[in-house]
Design a protein around this ligand. Sequence first.
Ligand code: HEM
Ligand code: HEM
Length: 196
Amino acid sequence: MPLKNDADRWGWISLGIHWLTVAMVLGLVAVGLLMQELPNSSTKSELYSLHKTFGLTVLGLTVLRLLWRLFAGAPAPVAGTPRWQAAIASATHGVLYLILLAMPLSGWLFHSASGFPPRNLSWFGLFKLPSLSDRDPALRDFALAAHEWLFIALAVIVSVHALAALKHHYVDRDRTLARMLPLAKPAPKPQDTPGA
Ligand code: HEM
Ligand code: HEM
């Protein structure tokens, strides 16, 4: 499999970031829902720190992923995909990218506007990030509501997105999902197709 995307499949970089993001988002959602229910303890504050650090990692990876996509392009929809379906898929992907940026930014804003110490979030202890605002209870409530609503939107859109990928695989039996998986074979050339 190539490093870079080409016309008929995803390369290692886009594929790796896609599945790493999926794993991190699942972990973030599980920890995000669980950590709020815990009584105050050092475990609770460690889980909050881990949630914030990994959430910021998703933000960084998404920025890198979009820059890479600009440079490396994206495969065309598999042959035979109706134009309306390709348009819905592109719009869904655009919204997913927006959520992958907005979710961590709303968390970062919530942290900043809460005024909880430390004011500057650190990324795995390697460097510190600036605070996005002064302590501001109204902004904190807005950021928290945004974080919650974005989570609901993410859950709905990811479910549709994953079901669409499974439909392509099991009902349409095309390569849409296979080419987002490691070790996918290249698409057959027209002369390899029986009857072509
Ligand atoms: C893609 C990245 C992220 C995902 C998927 C995510 C997901 C979640 C979920 C599902 C919750 C529980 C429900 C809710 O209150 O919305 C939550 C809570 C929370 N998240 Fe995130 N989060 C992400 C990034 C971040 C970041 C980067 C920060 C801070 C820098 C952050 C800070 C928080 C905090 C402080 C809470 C608890 C809110 C409370 O105690 O009421 N999150 N997150
Ligand atoms: C947190 C969960 C997920 C997120 C945030 C997510 C996000 C994305 C995004 C943003 C793209 C667009 C890539 C681009 O055009 O640059 C994409 C593509 C894709 N995703 Fe996901 N995804 C998730 C889960 C899944 C799951 C569970 C599956 C499979 C069951 C899946 C299968 C695919 C496939 C096959 C593509 C390529 C579509 C194509 O070639 O047109 N994704 N995903």
